[in-house]
Each structure stands twice: as structure tokens, then as C-alpha cells.
Design a protein around this ligand. Structure first.
Ligand code: GRF
Length: 286
């Protein structure tokens, strides 16, 4: 976001100030039949026909419009940077990395993977893919003191979106406010049912017939932020926590990528906790 801000500032500062005398110098005679020729791909210069100039858009408006269009195009296509936090196996991280590589999450990259645990398998998996991976041990640190280190690592990598993927820590209000509405979590139940640990076991012990998984925004409360996407998984009589977890995990991998794409593309709005998602245009769905 810092990068984004500086680009926006640079773009706006670079708009030429309208000065009629200077503007006259910019009016270049062109062949009589040409009306408005934009002669540079970067839209830095324009040529106006003298003959019909009163019918043409005035230079300042035209220039503003072109610059604005250029800015929108640039911002829309800028690569978004994802930071992943994990503590263990890292299969959701792998699913996200696969989706980025396959273009299912377009114009994005995983900028960094951070773990609070040294031996997290997800860290090995990230390094094997050549993705920057850092272990920041949490032992002996207060929650916020630890989160300040993690936030600094994410900000240094200019992360736009933080994805918790099996991150076995509660994040502090400091963390949440540093990335407000830019932190997602994946949870293996249909929230608000069965929050916290061992959700698959909770679902079985409760006798639920259906469970599933949820991608939600992270707020100050445990597994409680607005829900972006859910998938339902039926519970079978013969299920154990492990077999159920395996089937849920397949859905997790699918919906996490979809939800990340929605959020990175800004294709949603939140109204009274409800996340309303705009569908993809036909040409964008794949
Ligand atoms: C997943 O079941 C996820 O829903 C939960 O922790 C597990 C992490 O698995 N938050 P993995 O490390 O992504 O394989």
C-alpha cells in the first residue's frame, strides 16, 4: 500500500499545470484531416489541429483524462503482494502458490512466508519454491511485541494482503489495525460453528451432518470476522476427525484461492458484516 500511495502521489504530481502561454507552444499544426492524435504510448504529448481546435476537447481536460486512464490501467494491473503466515504443514500456502503460478490469482505474487515455528514444513515448502521465507520465533515475547516484529517484516516486503494459513496464534489488535480489512484466515468449519481448535472433531462430536470451511476477514475476535466464502462438506457415518479433515482440506484449497482473488481485485463490499461479492465478468472467468 505504501508503494501504491507513492505511485498515486507521483502520478498526480506529474500532471502538468495548465498555463495558456505554455499551452500555445504545445499546439502543433497537423495535417488538415487529423483531429486529435495521441502520438505517444505514454500519452506524454498530444497534437491538436489548429483548424478545428474549437471543436476539440481543451488540452487540460484531455490531458487529465488520458493521465487518469493511464493511472487506472496501471493500478489495475499492478502486481499485488501476498504475505502468508503459517505454523505447520503449509498445504494451504502451497495451494495459494499454485493458484498464483497458474494465473487463478492473477497479477499477484507471494512476497514472503513467515512462521513462528522453526520446524514448520511450510517454510521448507516455500524455500523449495524460491519464495522468501522467514522464521520469527515467538517464544518469550508478549503478543503485541511479537506482532510488531511480524508486521515490520510484512511491511518491509510491502505486502498488500496477509493470508493466515494454519497460523496457530491469535493476532493482536495492533496487528489487525496495521492491516485493517487486509487479513484473511481459513478455518475448517462453517463458522460461526466450531471455532477454535480441532473443529473437525468438534463437528463429529456434536453430531453435525454437514460441516465445511470458511474464509473470513480477521478482526480482533477469534474466528469471527466477516465471511468471504464457505464450502459445505457432508459428514459421513464412518468419518474420523482425520478422514473428515482430509475432505475439508480439499475444499479449503479451492475456496482460499477464490477468496484471495476476490479480495485482491476489490470485487466485494461489506455491509453490516455481510460480504457481498460481485461476479467475475465472463471474459475474466477461467
Ligand atoms: C487447515 O485445516 C486450516 O483450515 C487451519 O489449519 C490447517 C492448516 O493446514 N487453520 P495447512 O498447514 O495449510 O496444511
Amino acid at each position: 500500500m505504501n508503494a501504491l500511495n507513492s505511485i498515486v502521489r507521483w502520478q498526480f504530481n506529474s500532471f502538468p499545470k495548465w498555463n495558456p502561454r505554455e499551452a500555445n507552444k504545445r499546439l502543433i499544426a497537423t495535417p488538415p484531416d487529423s483531429e486529435l492524435i495521441i502520438n505517444s504510448p505514454l500519452l506524454n504529448d498530444m497534437q491538436f489541429s489548429n483548424r478545428d481546435s474549437k471543436h476539440l476537447p481543451r488540452p487540460p481536460q484531455a490531458l487529465w483524462f488520458c493521465r487518469l486512464a493511464e493511472l487506472c490501467y496501471f493500478l489495475a494491473n499492478m502486481t499485488k503482494r501476498i504475505g502468508v503466515l503459517l505454523s505447520g504443514r503449509g498445504s494451504n500456502f502451497e495451494a495459494l502458490a499454485d493458484s498464483v503460478a497458474a494465473g487463478r490469482i492473477p497479477d499477484a505474487e507471494i512476497a514472503v512466508v513467515v512462521s513462528n515455528r522453526e520446524n514448520a514444513r511450510g517454510i521448507e515448502r516455500a524455500r523449495a519454491r524460491g519464495i522468501s521465507a522467514q522464521v520469527i520465533p515467538s517464544k518469550g515475547l508478549e503478543r503485541e511485541a511479537y506482532d510488531r516484529l511480524v508486521v515490520a517484516a510484512l511491511q518491509e516486503k510491502k505486502v498488500d494482503l496477509v493470508c493466515l494459513a494454519g497460523y496457530m496464534r491469535l493476532v493482536s489488535p495492533f496487528f489487525v489495525s496495521s492491516f485493517r480489512e487486509r487479513i484473511l484466515n481459513i478455518h475448517p468449519s462453517l463458522l460461526p460453528a466450531f471455532p477454535g481448535l480441532e473443529s473437525q472433531r468438534q463437528a463429529l462430536e456434536h453430531g453435525a451432518k454437514f460441516t465445511g470451511c470458511t474464509v473470513h476477514f480477521v478482526d480482533e475476535n477469534l474466528d469471527a470476522g466477516p465471511i468471504v466464502m464457505q464450502a459445505v462438506v457432508p459428514v459421513e457415518d464412518a468419518d474420523t476427525p482425520e478422514t473428515l479433515a482430509e475432505r475439508i482440506l480439499r475444499e479449503e484449497h479451492r475456496i482460499y484461492s477464490e477468496a484471495v482473488r476476490i479480495v485482491l481485485e476489490g470485487r466485494y463490499r461489506i455491509e453490516n458484516r455481510r460480504v457481498q461479492v460481485a461476479p467475475l465478468k465472463k471474459s475474466e472467468s477461467q
